[in-house]
Design a protein around this ligand. Structure first.
Ligand code: OGA
Ligand code: MN
Length: 205
């Protein structure tokens, strides 16, 4: 396993240009991250999360052995204060990335994801082969005091000839970004609930 070097929020475009991914700690204010985590837990307790599917169109199906998280899509128009902070930070990141890298990122779609203990997401890529609208994947983690032996790493496979990967632990405030078409990745099972916001910067069709 490789060590993941975290970058400052300012150098995200450089990191993506150089390696196709970026890792940032403390991306949002800890109070905002805590409020997002609480809202995700509340949504779970009130039955607002639903089992996530794999594939799309006719091939869309539930396979909890492959993908075990429960999700709720964000609606920007109905944002809580904490969600607005998330959108604001992500939109300003989008503008900076477009200026520097000409990625043509037009919009963001995002959902809460909760992986209960034992749930996983098998190795996959985020861009669908018949639809390259997803350009850049992001995950913001919401779990305070995550320990390595809690498991639940995001395993990001690097695109070298030799198989190399990074294990990124889902500690509150950590943001990971990677080019959707280029990186296979998987979510390893954890021993406790694992909360996050997955977001995809998209190009309009
Ligand atoms: C996904 C995904 C990674 C993570 O939702 O497509 O790969 O670390 N999530 O939660
Ligand atoms: Mn993914």
């Amino acid at each position: 396993m490789m060590r993941a070097d975290s970058t400052s929020s300012k150098s995200i475009p450089d990191a993506i240009e150089q390696s196709g991914y970026a890792l940032v700690q403390s991306f949002l204010d800890p109070a905002v991250v805590a409020a997002l985590a609480q809202a995700c837990r509340d949504d779970n307790a009130t039955g607002k999360l639903s089992s996530a599917a794999i594939g799309h169109g006719d091939a869309r199906r539930l396979r909890s052995d492959i993908r075990g998280d429960r999700t709720r899509w964000f609606d920007e128009a109905e944002s809580t204060l904490a969600q607005s902070s998330y959108w604001t930070a992500m939109h300003s990141l989008r503008v900076r990335l477009n200026r520097r890298l000409m990625l043509g990122l037009d919009e963001l779609e995002a959902h809460y994801a909760l992986y209960a203990p034992g749930a996983r997401y098998a190795r996959h890529r985020d861009a669908f082969c018949d639809d390259d609208a997803r350009v850049l994947s992001s995950v913001l983690y919401l779990n305070s005091e995550w320990r390595t032996d809690d498991g639940g790493a995001l395993r990001l496979y690097l695109t070298d000839s030799v198989e190399k990967y990074l294990d990124i632990y889902p500690e509150a405030g950590t943001l990971v970004l990677f080019l959707s078409a280029d990186f296979e990745h998987e979510v390893l099972p954890a021993t406790r609930d694992r909360l996050s916001i997955a977001g995809w910067f998209r190009r309009r069709a």
